[in-house]
Design a protein around this ligand. Structure first.
Ligand code: ATR
Length: 480
C-alpha cells in the first residue's frame, strides 16, 4: 500500500492534499505534530472526512516531530483524536503500556509499534523488530542507512521476520531504493509525500505511476542503475515504461551506491538479472565480471551488467548509443573527420567508436596527458583545448563530451569563441539541458545538431534488449 504522509498545519489543508493524491494512494498518515494547536482538536474528525484508512501519528521531537510538547499533553491529544475512526495508531517502541494503547485496543484500532533512528541502522535491528512485533502489533522501523551495505541488511529483514506484519523504512539518500522496493522488504506499506516530510521520500504520483511500486510481487524481477549521484537519472522512467508496455514483470530502480562490492552482494541476494552502471562505477565493476565484450575490453569501461549462466557479463551500450544517430552520415561519407572535446570515460568510448568506423579523430582536452593516453590507444591526434580555434573549418563532426555546460552551469561552453562554418555536425552528449550553450551557437551558424538525449535513448534501448530479450516498444514515450 502507498501511504501519503500529511504534515500540514490544518485539517483543511490535509484534506486538500488527500484529494490531490487520491488516485495514487491507499491510505494516509495524519501527523498531528504538524497541526497547529487549534487544529489538533479537530483531528478526530479527519478519517470520516477523507474516507480512506488513516494512521494517527504524533511524533515526538526526538523522533523527528515538529513540535515541542510535554509527553502528557501529547498523549492527551492522541487520546482525544482516538475518538475518531482511525485505522492505525503509531506508538513508539519505548512507550510503556498507556491509556492510548488501551483505547486503541478497545476500539479495534491497530497499533504500529515504531522505532526511529536518524543516525544509522541499529546493529540489533532484527531482534528489535522481533520484540516490536511480539504483542501482535505491526512492527515499524524507520532507520538511516549510511552505506549500501546497510541497505542490504534491510533487505534481509524479510527473511528474518517472514510472515510478521511490518513496516521497514530506510531514510536518507541510500534509502530511496527501499521506499520503492518496499514489498521486497516485506513491508506492508511505503510512505510518500509531496514535500519530502521525511528524508528520501518520493511523491505518491512517482511511486504509483513511474515505478508502479504497489504492483511488485514475489516474481517481479529487479533491475536498476547504480551510480553516485544517481537520483537525477532518466533511465528508471524509460525502462519502467518499457517493462510496463510489454507486460514484463520487472521494476527498474535507482541505487545510490558507495561501494560496488556490496552492490554485487545485493544483486546476488535479490537475484537481479541486470543493471546499468553510471559515474563513477563504470571501471570499478570490471573486476566483478566473468565475461566482457570486445567494446568493454577496448574502452575499459562498462555501462551495462547482465546475468549469464554462472557469472555477470559486462557490455557497453554507450558505444552503439553514440554512433547510431550519426552512422548514416559516416556511411555516406559526410563525416570523415571529428574533433572530440574532452578525454574522460565517455570520450574514450566515443573516440573508439569513431575510429572503429574509420573517422579521423583529434581529441582536445584541458589536461593534455589524458588526451594523449586516449589518442595513443586509438591512433589519433590530440591537442590542448586552448588551441580549439586552430581546427575551425577543418572538421566534419564536433563532439562535446565534457561536463562543461551541464545543468546548472548552462551558461558555459568549453570552446568559447569557436567559429562554426555551418557545415559541421555538432553533437553534445550532455542531455540536461537538451540545448547546451555550445549547441545554441552551432545552431546559430546553421550546423546540424545531435543531442545527448538521442545517445541516451539509443544506449537505453540496447540495455532494454539485453535485460529483457525484447526490443524497446516503439509506441512508448520513453521520456527522453
Ligand atoms: P566522464 O566519464 O563523464 O567522461 P570524466 O572522466 O570525469 O567524466 O571526464 C570529464 C571530462 O570533462 C574531462 O575531459 C575533463 O577535463 P580534464 O581531463 O582536464 O579534467 C573535462 N572537464 C571537466 N571540467 C572541465 C572544465 N571546467 N573545463 C574543461 N574541461 C573540463
Amino acid at each position: 500500500m502507498i501511504c501519503l504522509t500529511l504534515a500540514e498545519d490544518s485539517i483543511e489543508k490535509a484534506i486538500l492534499k488527500v484529494e490531490e493524491n487520491r488516485e495514487y494512494i491507499d491510505l494516509c498518515e495524519l501527523r498531528m505534530d504538524a497541526l497547529s494547536p487549534d487544529e489538533m482538536k479537530k483531528a478526530y474528525a479527519f478519517p470520516s472526512l477523507v474516507n480512506i484508512p488513516v494512521i494517527l501519528t504524533f511524533r515526538r521531537k526526538i523522533d523527528g516531530g515538529r513540535i515541542e510538547i510535554s509527553e502528557r499533553s501529547r498523549r492527551l491529544a492522541l487520546l482525544d483524536a482516538l475518538k475518531g475512526d482511525f485505522s492505525y495508531v503509531d506508538i513508539e517502541e519505548d512507550i510503556k503500556k498507556s491509556e492510548v494503547e488501551d483505547k486503541a485496543r478497545e476500539k479495534g484500532i491497530k497499533i504500529i509499534r515504531s522505532l526511529h533512528d536518524f543516525e544509522k541502522v541499529p546493529e540489533d535491528i532484527f531482534s528489535r523488530l522481533y520484540h516490536l512485533s511480539e504483542r501482535g502489533d505491526i512492527a515499524k522501523v524507520a532507520v538511516t542507512p549510511k552505506s549500501f551495505q546497510d541497505v542490504l541488511t534491510l533487505f534481509r529483514v524479510e527473511e528474518e521476520l517472514r510472515g510478521r506484519e511490518k513496516i521497514v523504512i530506510a531514510m536518507g539518500p541510500f534509502g530511496v531504493a527501499t521506499r520503492i522496493l518496499y514489498k521486497k522488504l516485506g513491508s506492508f506499506l511505503t510512505f510518500c509525500s509531496d514535500s519530502e516530510v521525511a528524508p528520501g521520500q518520493l511523491s505518491a504520483k512517482t511511486l504509483k505511476t513511474e515505478y508502479m511500486a504497489d504492483k511488485v510481487n514475489e516474481q517481479t524481477a529487479i533491475y536498476g542503475i547504480i551510480g553516485n549521484p544517481v537520483m537525477h537519472s532518466a533511465s528508471p522512467l524509460m525502462h519502467n515504461r518499457g517493462f510496463h508496455a510489454i507486460n514484463f514483470n520487472a521494476i527498474y530502480v535507482p541505487f545510490l551506491v558507495d561501494n560496488v562490492r556490496s552492490f554485487f552482494m545485493f544483486a546476488e541476494y535479490v537475484k537481479m538479472r541486470g543493471f546499468s552502471v553510471t559515474v563513477p562505477f563504470k571501471v570499478d565493476v570490471l573486476s566483478y565480471l566473468g565475461n566482457i565484450t570486445r567494446e568493454v575490453k577496448q574502452i575499459g569501461s562498462c555501462n551495462t551488467v547482465v546475468r549469464v549462466p554462472g557469472m555477470w557479463k559486462g557490455i557497453n551500450t554507450d558505444y552503439y548509443g553514440f554512433i547510431k544517430p550519426i552512422v548514416k552520415d559516416i556511411d555516406d561519407g559526410r563525416i570523415k573527420s571529428a574533433l572530440v572535446i574532452g578525454a574522460g570515460g565517455a570520450s574514450h568510448a566515443i573516440v573508439w567508436a569513431l575510429r572503429n568506423y574509420g573517422v579521423k579523430v583529434t581529441i582536445l582536452n584541458r589536461t593534455l596527458s589524458r588526451a594523449e593516453n586516449i589518442a595513443k590507444l586509438n591512433l589519433c591526434d590530440y591537442d590542448s583545448i586552448e588551441n580549439a580555434k586552430k581546427y575551425e573549418g577543418s572538421v566534419d563532426l564536433i563532439v562535446q563530451t565534457t561536463s562543461v555546460g551541464l545543468y546548472p552551469d548552462e551558461d558555459k561552453n568549453p570552446i568559447e569563441g569557436f567559429k562554426f562554418t555551418g557545415n559541421e555536425i555538432v553533437y553534445d552528449i550532455i542531455y540536461k539541458p537538451k540545448m547546451t550553450k555550445l549547441l545554441k551557437e552551432a545552431e546559430k551558424a546553421g550546423c546540424h545538431l545531435h543531442f545527448g538525449s538521442e545517445m541516451l535513448l539509443e544506449q537505453g534501448k540496447l540495455q532494454f534488449e539485453a535485460f529483457t530479450g525484447y526490443h524497446y516498444p516503439h509506441w512508448v514515450d520513453s521520456g527522453l
